[in-house]
Design a protein around this ligand. Structure first.
Ligand code: KE4
Length: 438
């Protein structure tokens, strides 16, 4: 059902009114405004485990988890304790700390393709810095990205596909001059012919190819193994850097990220660089980018590529991230998480099938996606054939039943270690009721 048209005098609505007077759209990040689905955003008062409570005291099962970071669930005791302890030693110093080294050691241990890394405060910073570093390290300007992949809001990456094959993109945002994206080539995800053509035409000028290995910004679309294998081969052949944007998938789909999954099918597979975020901060502002020593040592203060940040490696955020990463390494963590996520997607799929509703879903580790389509899409254009009003009706029906999915059909969902079998059963039951009643 679409959002009710009767006046909304809830506390959420009152807060939204106040917020919109001072903050553009009433939010500090656009997707939170519910623009795609309509209705009033829920203002979170507090969260615990798999749930959060809104400004009207209503409880929701949370399948956003801050868009990925809250893999342990909200308020995990070990993480809370680590943060409480850290703040007593100070909030920020702007000087190196041992914990930054410990976090770097943990990431290097868990992601073999990363020999060296730098900590930053957001995924946007990580991917923006990777582009500059790839260009600086190769002396080339062109980059390849894929339609439907989102890598944060730095200018060079806010670009949509041009018309036809292997053409340069145009800005997706006002304020980005065309000349800034003239070097960004936008291809169709999983489109081998376009990939081959792009490299045959521009190969020697390409600094890097950046990809979301499992594209959570078009809900949940996997890069096929043959496609990813070809990305690797062509980057190697032409001397371009293969960059995995694992801001969302890193430590979310597997302990070694999506790259560890491709390495199972493609012997010796490794990207040249990786961007990380979300989970590595455990909910606090923390991201990172890393790769081979040869490339990373091009960064200031060692090399000519400048990159910096006041709060980079913040001591409270590193405490939060380290405590989170330590919990993830406990035996059986990912097996249990993946099983719980699969119970959700299979339950929803069965409920839809029983009602004769077009529905398909996929998941990896603690990340999932579902589509009101008959089969899993392989690219952005197919994802966008989804009946948007139907999705919005589903979204609001679930919201009314206390189930909180991403407020956009092109966003992924997230299950945490705190989601119980009862939470999943309640979620599936809510969907079954909707599908039955349509
Ligand atoms: P941030 O700058 O938002 O920390 O990270 C940007 C980013 C980079 N790469 C990937 C693969 C990402 O998913 C993101 C951010 N993800 C969105 C969710 N689609 C964050 C939610 C938002 O924009 O508010």
């Amino acid at each position: 059902m679409a959002p009710s048209t009767s006046p909304d005098n809830s506390r959420n609505a009152q807060l939204f009114e106040r917020a919109r007077a001072l903050i553009p759209g009433g939010v500090n990040s656009p997707v939170r405004a519910f623009k795609a689905v309509g209705g009033t955003p829920r203002f979170v008062q507090r969260a615990q485990g798999a749930w959060f409570w809104d400004a009207d005291g209503k409880r929701y099962i949370d399948y956003i988890g801050s868009w990925g970071p809250m893999i342990l669930g909200h308020g995990h005791p070990a993480v809370v304790e680590a943060v409480q302890k850290a703040v007593l030693d100070g909030f920020s110093y702007g000087a190196p700390t041992e914990r930054e080294v410990e976090l770097a050691e943990e990431i290097v241990k868990l992601v073999p393709s990363i020999e060296m890394l730098r900590l930053v405060s957001s995924g946007t910073e990580a991917t923006m810095s990777v582009i500059r570093l790839a260009r600086g390290a190769t002396g080339r300007s062109k980059i390849i990205k894929f339609e439907g992949c989102y890598h944060g809001h730095s200018d060079a990456l806010l670009v949509k596909a041009g018309s036809g094959l292997a053409t340069f993109g145009s800005p997706t945002s006002a304020g980005v001059p065309p000349e800034v994206v003239q070097h960004t080539l936008v291809l169709e995800y999983n489109h081998l012919a376009q990939l081959e053509e792009a490299f045959s035409v521009h190969g020697k000028d390409i600094a890097c190819l950046m990809i979301e290995p499992i594209a959570g910004n078009m809900n949940f679309v996997r890069a096929s193994v043959p496609f990813m294998k070809r990305c690797r081969e062509l980057c190697t052949q032409y001397g371009a850097l293969l960059v995995f944007d694992e801001v969302m998938t890193g430590f979310r789909v597997a302990l070694g990220g999506a790259q560890s999954l491709y390495a199972r099918s493609i012997p010796g597979f490794k990207p040249d660089m990786t961007a990380l975020g979300k989970v590595i901060g455990g909910g606090m502002p923390m991201a990172a980018f890393g790769g081979t020593r040869a490339v990373m040592e091009q960064l200031a203060p060692l090399g000519p590529v400048y990159q910096a940040g006041t709060l980079s490696g913040n001591p409270v955020a590193t405490a939060c991230g380290l405590a989170t990463l330590r919990e993830l390494q406990k035996p059986g963590f990912y097996e249990a998480l993946a099983k719980r996520t699969r119970s959700l997607t299979s339950g929803l799929t069965q409920a839809a099938a029983q009602a004769g509703v077009s529905f398909c879903a996929d998941s990896e580790g603690g990340m999932f996606g579902f589509f009101l389509l008959d089969k899993l899409p392989q690219n952005y254009a197919t994802v966008m054939t989804t009946d948007s009003p139907a999705f919005n009706r589903f979204f609001h029906a679930m919201l009314d039943k206390g189930v909180y999915y991403a407020p956009a059909l092109y966003e992924a969902g997230f299950v945490s270690a705190a989601h119980t079998a009862e939470d999943i059963a309640a979620t599936v039951e809510a969907a079954a009721q909707f599908f039955a009643g349509r």
